[in-house]
Write a protein that binds this ligand. Sequence first.
Ligand code: J2J
Length: 567
Amino acid sequence: MLKQPIKLTHWPENLTRSYRAKGYWIDQPLTRGLRHQARVQPNLTAIICGSRSLSYGEVEQRFMALARRLTASGLGRGDTALVQLPNSAEFYITLLALLEAGIASVNALFAHKQNELNAYADQIEPSLLIVDRSHPLFRDNQYVESLKARSGRLDTVLFRSAETADQSLDDWMGPNVESLSGAGDDLPQPGPTDPDQVAFFQLSGGSTGTPKLVPRTHNDYDYSIRASAKICGLSPSTRFLCALPAPHNFLLSSPGALGVFHAGGTVVLAPNPDPQICFPIIARHKVTMAALVPSAVSMWLRAVEQAKADPTAQEQDLSSLKLVQVGGASFAESEARRVPKVLGCTLQQVFGMAEGLVNYTRLDDDPEIIFTTQGRPISDDDEVRVVDENGDDVLDGQTGMLATRGPYTFRGYFQSPDANANAFDDQGFYFSGDLVQRLPSGHLRVVGRVKDQINRGGEKIAAEEIETLLLRHPQVNQAALVAIDDLLLGEKSCAFIVAEGALRPAELRRHLIKLGVADYKLPDRVRFIDRMPLTAVGKTDKRALRKSLSDGFARSDAGKIPIPETL
Ligand code: J2J
């Protein structure tokens, strides 16, 4: 029996016609870029991962083998997969295989734990799970069994870093596809979903209780990738460093690894943006371009300056680096101005979102524009409105809420009617929750947000999600999570708690860890208060809570700051 396509809120007919007519939507699968390069330059390097180097030909062979195996085992269009892999060649090979086989994946960050994975599994009911045995959740089979209980459809589980008894991801990518299935030519052939249907799900930063999923189609995502690759000047000589989580929209599509594959360049993987790890990689592999969050750029600037001041320090050859992209959170103008001087390369500011719209400063923009704005949209057909609380457009230079629609901005979260009712107006404009100003040139400046979210160095935390979990502690009567200013990360989180009886921050931390929350979502500070301040309409007055945080309280100890590994 044919499975139903995955539910999607489509763009209106007149717009889809126009996006096709203008050449944005080309009705090709997202694997097109890599497969094209595998044909024209099979021996060039596509991925460098530790000591391994994979050519375009090898990557294609491996992902096609995996796609065929998956198809042979009865998986295909209408099926979904939950994937959690670290930064590795296998991540890209898996993603490409699932796209080729028509299986829509959710690619969880490696930092995610049961809280997040359960939420994704409940939404997509995966038939397939692809995970890494080195992740603490998958050291034994207990959690896999509980995921199977959540999703009745889940019966295929593949492991990276597999143990002997496991179905090994590596074997499924291996060359002996026919002999493994014993069928040969009779095997059903893999086929991607229709280009207008869901290709995979991106993860929303979110501001509600449950992590939300953004369905992305081949057509819309591929357009954003092709156009981004052009804006960023990618070519076969591009060597792109991916040192943040590979599944994140920034690292995947702005222009990210998929943009690099489209252009025939090389993706060089690193586990995190620590300069001690990344600088030698840049020197060894002659990296030309890196995508970073602001806190990582600040660490790089500091590391270069410290090395310059220290005559005994080993020299770091960063001369191959031509472009550093910074995005995901606000980047201080003073830091932006230092980038060309200290790192000796061009800076590009990127303001994007998993939901769609991506803005770039252009490589040839006036330096003042690059230092002081977060760029302008990819497409002439990105409709951007900056509006006041009545929905009326504000003048250029004035602050308003960002609302957008266009050829690669989604039309609705997966199975979330309430969130969609809040996030969209009746014209299909998506309200991102950002407060921005637009310059007459079309460049945007991000000046704040209205969404109830904390942006911890690019890692997004939906306040409501954590508040709901805090409230599950029997002694917590009320909870509110707010942002504290932080010198390196931009923001950290502080939980205000009204508790019953004596309760210690460590106990709350243990409670959240037990619920399986990703570490970056654990409150950095906890404050116990007697009463929640309320607004006139009786809601928690978060503004008052933020104001009550004194400067001294908010200051962070730079020496103790963990390296931001996730976006
Ligand atoms: C201020 N805030 C920013 C910026 C994102 C490219 C780059 C980033 C993301 C991303 C992405 C910002 N200055 N330069 O998907 O393709 C905040 C805004 C935005 C939210 C989206 C991409 N760049 N932000 O960060 O889905 O609040 O995507 O709405 O994780 O990050 O977060 P996310």
